[in-house]
Design a binder for this molecule. Structure first.
Ligand code: FE2
Length: 437
């Protein structure tokens, strides 16, 4: 100890001298300024990087930074125009110089390839052509393969079963690709091996603006990559229009939604349509006043369409703006108009479940009839948070029409089996955070 104390006493002046030597430059103005700048840069970098770290988009946004192909087909997607038990519509994009397209296709368990020529049209405000082939007369619940002329990849799809004697699963969501692209929700949705995805508007957020058409190229490429089941089937989509497909957003015409109506020939120019899955399920797609008014022709069509399907075991409706909003005002004019014109028809004809969107949160209502909770009422699920930033919800305990409301990205996984339905809300980490019944 004595020797240590002696050493410390001997070294003390030297340490003091070193501190002076180290501190002195800091007192000089140029060095201090340099350090200030360095600190500022570090703080700025942290501010910029932190949100990416928090929301986990650091690597997943990379998917959409891939260069678009300079030639050849890309952005393959599947829809339906007629009964999904026996048909499939195949679409893809190509650069403008390729105005003609064709596919070869075969049942997956055979090697009997046959050719089909596509119909093609220019995608407005772009150098892309949209190609479409509708295959009809297919067998229900059968896998098929197809290859697009000029591409190496072979895709697969499955037709819908002829009945619901075995469980059938689909996913539903909306408000899909807004600020950034995050693949997590797509991966979790595809992991459920759904037969299709029901998308309730605000898809690529093009806003009907020519400068934003590329968002569709990237999004369709990403769908093609991630929305594939565990056995390699591309997942078809059934779409409704939202305000972010439209220049002007509300009270416009199809001309103000040039990309939506060019990419999706169903539901088509009327903005509303019905898809009958054999005789066990019907999906009705509506336009919540973006390019067609709610009252008038659309409501009259809805009345006739529902009246013809009162015996359908699973009667399902999808549209964008909610009648029962989890975030926005209950007395908002579009919400009120839907409750005035459509909701009485849902109740009259026994609609089973309505998928709503637009509010960027999760919600589940109780069964509602005549403006109150009723065991014979209609279930509303929503509210559009597949990929958009989430919003703060109304408190369910203070809101008569909300049984559950959560600010979380999600898809709703619905399984029908016979006359039964079950819904599970799945977040982007694959966790089931709500279910009904
Ligand atoms: Fe919206």
């Amino acid at each position: 100890m004595p020797s240590m104390e002696a050493d410390a006493a001997r070294d003390a002046p030297r340490r003091a001298e070193c501190r002076l030597i180290l501190l002195e430059p800091l007192r000089s103005s140029p060095v201090r300024e340099t350090l200030k700048i360095a600190v500022r840069r570090l703080v700025l970098a942290a501010i910029c990087v932190w949100p990416c770290v928090v929301i986990g988009t650091g690597c997943t946004t990379m998917a959409l930074r891939r260069p678009l192909p300079r030639s050849g087909p890309h952005g393959v997607y599947l829809t339906w125009q007629r009964d999904p038990t026996t048909t499939m519509s195949i679409h893809w994009l190509s650069r403008g110089e390729s105005g003609v397209g064709a596919i070869a296709w075969t049942p997956r368990d055979e090697d009997t390839w046959r050719a089909e020529t596509a119909t093609s049209h220019a995608l407005p405000h772009s150098n892309r052509v949209v190609h479409s082939v509708e295959l009809t007369g297919l067998d229900p619940d059968r896998d098929y393969r197809f290859r697009i002329e000029g591409a190496a990849a072979i895709h697969a799809f499955r037709t819908m079963p002829a009945d619901a004697s075995e469980p059938i699963t689909f996913v539903a969501g909306g408000d899909v690709y807004k600020e950034t692209f995050d693949k997590k929700m797509y991966v979790e949705a595809a992991a459920r091996d759904p037969m299709f995805a029901l998308i309730g508007g605000d898809i690529a957020y093009d806003n009907g603006e020519p400068s934003r058409v590329k968002r569709w190229f990237h999004w369709l490429d990403a769908w093609d990559e991630y929305m594939v089941t565990s056995d390699g089937r591309l997942i078809p989509m059934v779409v409704a229009i939202g305000n972010h497909e439209v220049l002007g957003r509300y009270d416009q015409t199809p001309a103000e939604a040039p990309f939506f109506y060019s990419l999706f020939n169903w539901p088509g120019e009327t903005g509303c349509n019905v898809l009958d899955f054999g005789d066990y399920m019907s999906v009705i797609v509506l336009d919540s006043t973006h390019t067609h008014p709610i009252a008038g022709a659309q409501t009259e069509w809805l009345d006739r369409t529902l009246a013809d399907r009162v015996r359908t075991p699973h009667l399902i409706v999808v549209y964008h703006v909610p009648a029962y909003p989890s975030v926005r005002r209950y007395d908002g004019p579009i919400c009120a108009s839907i409750r005035e014109h459509w909701v009485p028809l849902f109740e009259q004809y026994g609609v089973d479940v309505v998928f709503e969107n637009h509010d960027h949160a999760y919600k589940r209502t109780p069964l509602i009839r005549n403006g109150r909770v009723d065991p014979d009422g209609v279930l509303y699920l929503g509210d559009g948070a597949w990929g958009a930033n989430i919003r703060k919800v109304h408190v369910p305990e203070n809101t008569w029409y909300l049984d559950r409301a959560v600010s979380v990205r999600h898809v709703i996984v619905t399984t029908i089996h016979g006359d039964e339905r079950r819904h599970e809300a799945v977040n982007e980490y694959g966790e089931v955070f709500d279910s009904y019944p």
